[in-house]
Design a binder for this molecule. Structure first.
Ligand SMILES: [Zn+2]
Ligand SMILES: [Zn+2]
Length: 117
């Protein structure tokens, strides 16, 4: 078992931490995001453990559906101009509290995630 690496993400627009101490996932503060797909708006909490696919969502998105993540604080969409090299969906970009970047595929079920340090 590799050591669990936890990440703390920030909105790249307002700089607010996305960690939600009041909502734990995998025993760590969850990464809170607003998520939208079509007419559906919900809140999701991603696991702060890098590589963990655990998340909690108010609604269940269909596998293969492309969602849009936005900041719960300033509502800025986190989608970047980058495209997932696995499935071709847009990729959301987040800042790490220690300066790196994390890119997450916005297609539900793709689970593609990159760490740019
Ligand atoms: Zn923000
Ligand atoms: Zn993908």
């Amino acid at each position: 078992m590799p050591r669990n690496i936890t990440v703390e993400l920030k909105c790249r627009y307002c700089g607010e931490s996305l960690s939600d101490d009041s909502h734990q996932v995998d025993g760590n503060p969850g990464i809170k995001l607003k998520v939208r797909s079509g007419d559906t708006n919900a809140t999701v909490w991603l696991s702060a453990i890098f590589g963990s696919n655990n998340l909690e969502s108010e609604v269940q998105f269909k596998k293969g559906e492309i969602v849009e993540f936005s900041c719960p604080n300033c509502s800025a969409p986190q989608t970047s101009s980058k495209i997932c090299d696995v499935c071709g969906a847009p990729v959301a970009l987040f800042k790490l509290s220690d300066g790196g970047k994390v890119r997450v595929c916005t297609r539900s079920g793709c689970k593609n995630i990159w760490l740019d340090l």
